[in-house]
Design a protein around this ligand. Structure first.
Ligand code: ATP
Ligand code: MG
Length: 371
C-alpha cells in the first residue's frame, strides 16, 4: 500500500519554554488504512493532526501528503484537498442555513460549475447519510446529524484522507454510532484513508491500527488487539481499555483464564461461552471481526455511482483557496477551549463509566459457577 501521510521526526512547540507538543515523532499512514490515535489530554494528538493538512508546520522534521511536503506553499491547496479535517464541535463547522447549501459551501467558493457542484453535493450527502435531510436547517438536526453534514461538506471536496479530531466527542451514543458507521463506510467502500483521534477505546478497537501518544511521542503502536492486551501499560499512560478487554483482564486476575486479545463484546461473549460451557459459541467464527467491518449492512441503494475509492481528479477544481479548510481552521481555533474542556470531561466520564461497569461485570461473572 502506498504511503498517504508521512511524518518524519517532527517537532512542534507552541512556546519556547517547556517540552514540545510533538517531540521527534515519526508516523506513516498507508493509503486506505484506518488509524486511531489515542492518548491522555495534552499529549499532542490535535497538534499532530493539524500537521497533516498544513494548519501547522513542523519546526523540525517533515510532513508529506502523498509525497508532497506540507511546507510547499504552492501546493497548499492540493494538500488541503487531499486531507479533510473534521473537528469536535459540529456547530463550529456549519455555516449555512440549509444542509445542502452547507455541503456546497466550499465548492461554491471554489467556483465549481453548478452542474458538477450539484452532482458532487448529492454524492457527498448520500455518502455521509444526510441526503434525506438535505432541505432541512442544520440547527434543527441532532449533534450526530450535524456532524455528518460537516463530514459531507469535507467529502464534497473529494479528499483522499479524512482526519477526525474527536469528531464524536460531543455526540450522544446514537449519534456517535452513526458517525462511526459513516466513517467506516467511507473507508471501506470508498477507500478513503482515515486518521481518527478519539478518547473512546471502543472506537479505536475498530481501527486497522492504533497509535498511543504520550508527551508528544508515540508510546505504543499496533493492531487493536496488540495494543489493548497491554492493559497495565495503557493504565500507566492514563488510558482505559475497551470494556470487553477490561472484563477479560479482571476475570483472568480473579482466576478465570480468559484470552488476552479480546477487544469487543462479541469476542468477549464467545470467550465467556467457552469458559462456562467448554464449547465454542455458535457463530463465534463470524464474530471475530470488529463490529463495523463484520456487518456489510450498508444500504447499497444510496451509494453513489462511484465504485472505486479513487476520486476522478479530472474534474477537480484548480483554484487556489479552500474556504472550507479556512473555515475548519477557524473552527479549530474556536473550538479549542471547548474541545479541551469537553474532551477532558468526556474522557473522564468514559473512564469512570467504563471502569465501574467493567469491575461490576467482572464481579458478576466471577461469581458464576466455574467449569
Ligand atoms: N494554541 C496553543 N498554545 C499553546 N499551547 C498549546 C496550544 N494548543 C495546545 N497547546 C499545548 O500543547 C500540548 C499538546 O496539546 P494538544 O491539543 O495537541 O493535545 P491533545 O492530545 O489533543 O489533548 P486533548 O486530548 O485535550 O485534546 C498541550 O500541553 C497543550 O496545552
Ligand atoms: Mg485534542
Amino acid at each position: 500500500m502506498k504511503e498517504m501521510l508521512k511524518a518524519d521526526k517532527i517537532t512542534f512547540r507552541y512556546t519556547d519554554e517547556g517540552r514540545p507538543a510533538v517531540d521527534g515523532l515519526s508516523l506513516g499512514v498507508r493509503r486506505g488504512e484506518y488509524v486511531a490515535v489515542l492518548g491522555a489530554n495534552g499529549c499532542g494528538k490535535s497538534t499532530l493532526a493539524k500537521h497533516f493538512n498544513a494548519i501547522l508546520l513542523p519546526a523540525a522534521g517533515t510532513v508529506t501528503v502523498e509525497g508532497i511536503s506540507t511546507a510547499d506553499e504552492e501546493r497548499l491547496f492540493e494538500i488541503r484537498q487531499k486531507v479533510g479535517m473534521v473537528f469536535q464541535n459540529p456547530d463550529n463547522q456549519i455555516v449555512a442555513t440549509v444542509v445542502e447549501e452547507d455541503v456546497a459551501f466550499a465548492l461554491e467558493n471554489l467556483g465549481v460549475p453548478p452542474g458538477e457542484m450539484r452532482a458532487r453535493v448529492d454524492e457527498a450527502m448520500r455518502m455521509a447519510g444526510v441526503y434525506n435531510y438535505r432541505e432541512k436547517a442544520p440547527h434543527k438536526l441532532s449533534g450526530g446529524q450535524k456532524q455528518r453534514v460537516a463530514i459531507a461538506g469535507v467529502v464534497a471536496m473529494r479528499p483522499d484522507c479524512l482526519v477526525l479530531d474527536e469528531a464524536t466527542a460531543m455526540l450522544d451514543p446514537i449519534g456517535r454510532e452513526k458517525v462511526m458507521r459513516t466513517v467506516h463506510r467511507l473507508n471501506r467502500e470508498f477507500g478513503i484513508t482515515v486518521v481518527q483521534i478519539t478518547h473512546y477505546m471502543e472506537e479505536a478497537a475498530t481501527a486497522d491500527r492504533v497509535i498511543v501518544m504520550s508527551e508528544g511521542k508515540i508510546a505504543l503502536e499496533g493492531t487493536p488487539k496488540e495494543v489493548f492486551r497491554q492493559v497495565d501499560r495503557l493504565r500507566a499512560l492514563r488510558l482505559d481499555v475497551p470494556q470487553a478487554a477490561e472484563l477479560c483482564h479482571a476475570l483472568t486476575a480473579a482466576g478465570c483464564p480468559m484470552p488476552d486479545d479480546v477487544i469487543d463484546i462479541e469476542g468477549c461473549a464467545a470467550a465467556l461461552y467457552r469458559l462456562l460451557t467448554g464449547r465454542e459459541a455458535p457463530g463465534a467464527a463470524e464474530s471475530e471481526d470488529a463490529p463495523y467491518r463484520a456487518e456489510g449492512a450498508w444500504n447499497r441503494e444510496d451509494a453513489p455511482h462511484r465504485a472505486e475509492g479513487a476520486w476522478n481528479k479530472e474534474d477537480a477544481p484548480q483554484s487556489a483557496a479552500s474556504a472550507r479548510t479556512g473555515e475548519n481552521d477557524q473552527g479549530a481555533r474556536n473550538a479549542q477551549g471547548a474541545e479541551n474542556a469537553s474532551g477532558a470531561r468526556n474522557a473522564q466520564g468514559a473512564e469512570n463509566a467504563s471502569g465501574a461497569n467493567g469491575a461490576q461485570k467482572a464481579k458478576e461473572v466471577a461469581a458464576c459457577p466455574q467449569r
